[in-house]
Design a protein around this ligand. Structure first.
Ligand code: UTP
Length: 298
């Protein structure tokens, strides 16, 4: 198969983070600021995503942005005035954190001129990525690995290196969510690994090939760009990444050992905050107190 050349190869070092979407489900929060900058516990969503890419071995990161997304660039830039202020006021802990943030990785930005869909956003990475395999991490999804496990993208990269073909991160999808996901038709070939025969964007529950769907992390190869270039707009009039993926001659699905938090809409964001606050020893007691029966007025 054409991708076999990648099997066993040195790690994937490039990551692409699409973050150019409208974020209409977050309106009015997203009228003047990006959805990817909404805070979850103590950081904007996109910082979790960049940190996952870096911890997975990707030191070259391309964030796909658009109009109203300047805050993402500023977030990872050096803030000379702030650093000067922190130095002068002796807040060395915060200074170190500010410096860490601006030197996390080589972060590049490119604008998707029109929001023509996730597939079109990935296509914007063509020139930057060149002919190397690369990871794609959706900018509104947080993945927290199970204790002792590699970050989600790192787990996918390990599978990519074993099989030498593109890998899609997948998870079990409840019935009422099937029509929100790209759903795979595949065969389980080893623990957590599926050989994918097909993938369908947002199928009806009555027509779905399975209950296993894409969860926002991918490791892809350069062939996707040529395929995306000839992929016509599909569901919602957008160029769907799923429609391009199904044309890969060989690909795998992998169910990572992690918990995924979907920050794509307000309920997902609220629940993610609560769940992550409960896992954070700084805030757990506070949350328990707020939700203790004596504080809940029914
Ligand atoms: P979504 O499907 O959540 O779309 O995108 P959206 O436009 O951001 O949000 P809604 O539906 O209007 O509320 C999934 C990921 O793909 C990116 C988004 O920024 C998000 O990280 N995306 C989507 C793009 O980069 N470009 C697009 O044209 C569409």
């Amino acid at each position: 198969m054409m991708q076999r050349e990648f099997a066993g190869e040195a790690s994937v070092t490039k990551a692409v983070i699409p973050a150019a979407g409208w974020g209409t489900r977050f309106f009015p929060i997203t009228k003047a600021q990006p959805k990817e900058m909404v805070p979850v516990v103590d950081r904007p969503v996109v910082q979790y995503v960049v940190e996952e890419a870096v911890a997975s071995g990707c030191d070259d990161i391309l964030i796909i942005t658009g109009r109203n997304k300047r805050a993402i660039e500023d977030h990872f830039d050096i803030s000379a005035e702030l650093n000067e202020h922190l130095r002068n006021s002796g807040d060395l802990k915060l200074l170190a954190e500010s410096e860490r943030l601006s030197s996390l990785a080589n972060i590049h930005f490119i604008r998707q001129k029109e929001q023509r869909g996730l597939g079109d956003a990935v296509l914007c990475a063509r020139q930057h990525v060149g002919d190397e395999p690369f990871a794609v991490l959706l900018g509104d999804v947080i993945c927290v690995p199970m204790p002792g496990e590699r970050p989600c993208t790192g787990q996918l990269i390990d599978v990519f290196r074993r099989y030498g073909a593109p890998v899609i991160g997948v998870e079990t999808v409840p019935d009422h969510k099937i029509s929100d996901y790209g759903i795979i038709d595949g065969t389980l070939i080893e623990d957590r690994v599926y050989q994918i025969l097909d993938i369908v964007e947002k199928p009806l529950l009555s027509e779905t090939p399975s209950n296993v769907g894409a969860m926002g992390r991918y490791v892809l190869t350069q062939e996707i760009f040529e395929i995306l270039g000839r992929t016509k707009p599909g569901k919602k009039g957008e160029v769907q990444l799923t429609d391009a993926l199904r044309k890969y001659p060989e690909m795998y699905g992998f169910m990572p050992k992690n918990t995924r938090y979907d920050i794509g809409d307000i309920p997902g964001w609220v629940v993610s905050n609560l769940q992550l606050l409960m896992q954070d020893e700084r805030y757990r007691n506070l949350i328990m107190k707020v939700f203790s029966p004596s504080n809940i007025i029914s």
